[in-house]
Write a protein that binds this ligand. Structure first.
Ligand SMILES: [Zn+2]
Length: 198
């Protein structure tokens, strides 16, 4: 019995909704086992079982026996996309969390314009990622510039280093990404379109 089941009906419903969201996000990662049950670890060449366990705040975390600590579900998505575990910045994790919620059907991107037909296949691929990122990004940030760093592009758009470089160049040339200065060594960007009201 969880504490929530002793609280008001509203609290029970809230806990239930949290569980539903966790199940949806786990499914999006490819985990079909029920919450808490063991499944084959998702990380490449890991030949053992992993499991999800509840953590602080009612969120569930991923436990791989080879990892030094449990991972949040967005972090699992990041580790799978990058092909390795690494500590990610809060900003990066926020983007991965939005993407996971999108994959789980819990978050819809705001409408963004179609990409121009003139883009190269590489620029198109990176452009689709950039569009999704901009469309999913929390509205609270408005038109604040954001980073779209090479390694992140490679993971988010599933492209090589060279494709990421050429893709970003193509999008900048097409006016879809607009340079907005630097944050340390990271280039900052704005989307090159105004928000489409849907
Ligand atoms: Zn593992």
């Amino acid at each position: 019995m969880g504490i929530s089941s002793m609280g008001s009906e509203g609290e029970v419903t809230k806990a239930g909704a949290q569980t539903d969201r966790t199940v949806a996000m786990a499914r999006a990662l490819g985990i079909t086992a029920s919450l808490g049950a063991r499944f084959a670890c998702l990380f490449a060449d890991h030949e053992h079982d992993a499991y999800l366990h509840p953590a602080r705040g009612g969120r569930w975390q991923y436990r791989c026996p080879a990892a030094p600590r449990s991972y949040g579900l967005a972090e699992v998505l990041a580790n799978l996309a990058y092909g390795r575990a690494k500590t990610r910045s809060r900003v990066e994790l926020a983007r991965c969390h939005e993407r996971l919620r999108y994959l789980a059907g819990l978050l819809l991107p705001r409408p963004t314009p179609e990409l121009p037909a003139s883009l190269s296949p590489t620029a198109r691929r990176v452009g689709e990622g950039f569009r999704l990122l901009a469309g999913l990004r929390d509205e609270q940030w408005g038109d604040d510039p954001f980073t779209f760093a090479r390694e992140f592009v490679m993971a988010y758009c599933d492209v090589t280093n060279e494709q990421a470089r050429r893709g970003v160049e193509g999008l900048e040339r097409a006016g879809l990404m607009i340079g907005a200065g630097w944050n340390g060594r990271a280039r900052l960007w704005r989307r090159g379109w105004s928000e489409v009201r849907g």
